[in-house]
Each structure stands twice: as C-alpha cells, then as structure tokens.
Design a protein around this ligand. Structure first.
Ligand SMILES: C[S@@+](CC[C@H](N)C(=O)[O-])C[C@H]1O[C@@H](n2cnc3c(N)ncnc32)[C@H](O)[C@@H]1O
Length: 202
C-alpha cells in the first residue's frame, strides 16, 4: 500500500468556506449516484445528518432533482465533489458515525484492483474520520470485492466485521426494498449481492 499523503490532494474548488455541521450523529455516503439511498435514509433517520457525495455531473443533477422533489430534507447535504479530495480537506478526524460505500465502481481487472476503495491508501484517512465504534457499510455484487474488502478491512485497516450478508432475488420477492438503483438492477437480474458491515474499535 502507498502511504497516504494528504498534502498531495488538491483542495476542492468552491468549498473554501465550508463549515462542518455541528451535529452529534453525522454519516457519510460516498458515490451515492442518483441519490435513492440518501433521500430515503435521511427521511427514515431524522435525528441523524447525512453528507452524500457524488462526483459525476449527470448523476449529481439527478440527485439534486430528487432532493428538491422530496422537499430538500434539512438533515441531508448533497455534495458534488471527488470524495477523496473533499473528505481529506473538510472532514475532521473521529467525526463520522457511519460511512456508506454502496456498490462502488467494481474495478474487476487485475491491473485495476488497487483502485478499489479498500485497497487505496486513502482508506487510512477515511478510517481516521470514523469515530471509535463507528461503522462502515460496503455493498457489492462481486463476491471477490466483498471478500477482498473483508480481508483488507480486518488485516490491513484493523476493523472488526459485524456482518457479511448475502442478498438474492429471493430477498426481493420476500419484500426487501433495494437501497440503491444498482442494488435493484443487480437483484432483479439475478445477481447475488454482499453487504459487509465493519466497525472501528472503540
Ligand atoms: C457503480 S455507481 C453506484 C451508485 C450508487 N451508490 C448505487 O448503488 O446506485 C458508483 C458511483 O460512485 C461514484 N464515485 C466513484 N468514485 C467517486 C469519488 N471519488 N467521489 C465521489 N463519487 C465517486 C461514481 O460517479 C458512481 O456514481
């Protein structure tokens, strides 16, 4: 693993005045796509505050429209930014209770495996923003992504596995509500998905 050097990460433009929210339970979602999970999560958890990051213009615009059509929940902050840059510059250490990485880009080719989140040196910084006892949830439709993440979270990053759950089309049939568009697509077409929850030691 490369050593993570925050000084090499460029400062995001247009966010120089950002003040980190003064709330007790702050969660972070990375790569939220068009925003199905952040909207539902913030409405179901009014006592929590979610910062949801998406860097592509098209997906962020769809997320923004969804946010407005749901009356702009006051406990949700949509952010269009590269999560690596934004988190590095704006998120204090030990400030986040839960992190969501739902269906990240899969990078299935061997030569790209080091671009998976769990294999990046940025994980060191990401784990540093979690509170002790805080949780990270990662979902993937690739078993080798979930397996690799579990090994790496436990052995490299010192996290403890709380749950590794397989999701299948049967879950859909018995009433499971997919959290994201990708999860829905994968389960409908018969792919199995894995949901991994890990915890930072208290
Ligand atoms: C496969 S999509 C999944 C989207 C959504 N989570 C879902 O399950 O429907 C992965 C998303 O992560 C976003 N993404 C990847 N790297 C990112 C980064 N460094 N910062 C912010 N978003 C990122 C991509 O733009 C894309 O929308």
């Amino acid at each position: 693993m490369r050593e993570f050097q925050a000084s090499l990460i460029p400062k995001p433009s247009g966010w120089s005045e950002f003040n980190f929210p003064n709330k007790s339970e702050i969660d972070l979602e990375i790569g939220c796509g068009v925003g199905l999970h952040p909207i539902r999560y913030s409405m179901e958890n009014p006592e929590r505050f979610l910062i949801a990051l998406e860097h592509t213009q098209m997906r962020f615009e769809a997320f923004s429209k969804r946010y407005e059509s749901h009356n702009s929940p006051s406990n949700l902050l949509p952010v269009q930014a590269n999560a690596i840059h934004w988190i590095t510059h704006f998120v204090p250490q030990s400030s986040i209770s839960r992190i969501f990485l739902l269906y990240p880009n899969p990078y299935p080719k061997k030569k790209h495996l080091n671009q998976r989140w769990y294999a990046m040196s940025f994980m060191e910084r990401l784990i540093s923003v979690l509170k002790p006892g805080g949780e990270l949830t990662l979902a993937s439709n690739l078993q080798d992504y979930a397996d690799g993440a579990k090994v790496s979270f436990e052995n490299t990053w010192g996290l403890r596995t709380i749950e590794k759950r397989e999701l299948t089309k049967k879950d859909l049939e018995s009433g499971y509500r997919p959290r994201t568009h990708f999860e829905k697509k994968y389960l409908l077409r018969g792919d199995n998905c894995w949901n991994l929850r890990v915890q930072k030691p208290a």
